[in-house]
Design a protein around this ligand. Structure first.
Ligand SMILES: C[S@@+](CC[C@H](N)C(=O)[O-])C[C@H]1O[C@@H](n2cnc3c(N)ncnc32)[C@H](O)[C@@H]1O
Length: 304
């Protein structure tokens, strides 16, 4: 065999085959070079796109507020269908309100101090549901405000619905968020929780508020704030079962007929005391009728 390959005649016979093999190898190498060249370009292109995208992500990511503000389409769609069910409003009105609420949330956190607490769909759900539920009067009470930014947003959403909201806020405004039984640590925004922050945020939407620094269960605070019937009450202060039970009991007394009560973090796995207090409350004598849930908020309506 060896003799055949090395002999003159043998080499002559095998030449066309060797040439064919050479051509094939050359073609393969050329293809690999071409492909690896293209891969390099693609990787470069990807890196360039990533670099350009990063500053855009800062508008929406969780830096400085703890939660990303970029909900997925299925989350948005679920919120829209929950809102339609809870408020009875038409699809078009719900979609418009959700879009406006979402843009407002991004704008407030971009311009304000601190942040709005909670997940994006929960906040958008509350900002949308309250005007869509058409509360019986414009008196709005928020128990637990943190930076007052949610009240500011609610004020703007109500104005968009042609209403003239009057805000009352109760919160210890103690420098940081207080939660019995939970360690809250330094806020993701790095901003201290105080009245100045709340006023700054309210001023962004041209709103003012009666701000009562203190705890909602304090009899003095209650006496002062129980001077009117509220069309909307947001229960978002002490998240323990005892705290929520006390706020619901107070809300029974101060909600206007037809008033809307929003129970924040309802069904949230981290705050199980809220659902526990709600279940106990609803099993007793109550003016409240449960309308349903949107994201992590429960909605109640006070009967006459
Ligand atoms: C979850 S944050 C409120 C978030 C705010 N509603 C928002 O949407 O951004 C809870 C707030 O309630 C306050 N808080 C705790 N216990 C309270 C109580 N007994 N009465 C009123 N506010 C309370 C906390 O200090 C904190 O500022």
């Amino acid at each position: 065999m060896r003799a055949l390959i090395t002999s003159k005649a043998g080499r002559r016979t095998l030449r066309p085959i060797v040439q064919l093999i050479d051509q094939r190898v050359e073609r393969q190498v050329r293809r690999v070079i071409e492909e690896s060249g293209r891969a390099e370009v693609t990787q470069q292109e990807l890196n360039r796109l990533r670099n350009r995208q990063r500053p855009l992500e800062l508008f929406f990511d969780g830096t400085g507020r703890g939660a990303s503000r970029l909900p997925s389409a299925p989350h948005l769609n679920r919120t829209i269908s929950e809102l339609t069910e809870v408020t009875g409003a038409g699809q078009e009105a719900v979609e418009r309100t959700v879009a406006q609420a979402f843009r407002l949330l991004i704008a407030l956190e971009a311009l304000g101090v601190g942040r709005i607490a909670g997940g994006t769909m929960n906040i958008v759900g509350k900002l949308s549901a309250v005007p869509l539920l058409d509360p019986p009067n414009d008196e709005f009470l928020e128990i637990g405000t943190l930076y007052g930014m949610f009240s500011a947003g609610m004020s703007r959403m109500m104005q968009r619905a042609g209403r003239t909201p009057e805000l009352t806020i109760v919160d210890p405004l103690a420098g940081s968020q207080l939660q019995p039984g939970a360690t809250m640590g330094v806020d993701a925004s790095g901003t201290p929780v105080n009245e100045a922050a709340v006023r700054t945020n309210l001023s962004l939407v041209g709103a003012d508020a009666r701000i009562r620094q203190g705890f909602s269960e304090d009899p003095e605070v209650r006496a002062e704030i129980s001077d009117r019937e509220y069309g909307v009450i947001i229960v978002d202060g002490d998240h323990s079962a005892a705290g929520v039970a006390a706020d619901l009991e107070w809300a029974e007394q101060i909600a206007a007929p037809g008033g809307v009560v929003v129970l924040d973090d309802f069904g949230h796995p981290k705050w199980q005391g809220i659902k526990e207090a709600f279940d106990k409350h609803m099993a007793g004598r109550t003016r409240f009728r449960f309308l349903g849930q949107v994201a992590h908020s429960g909605y109640l309506k006070a009967e006459g």
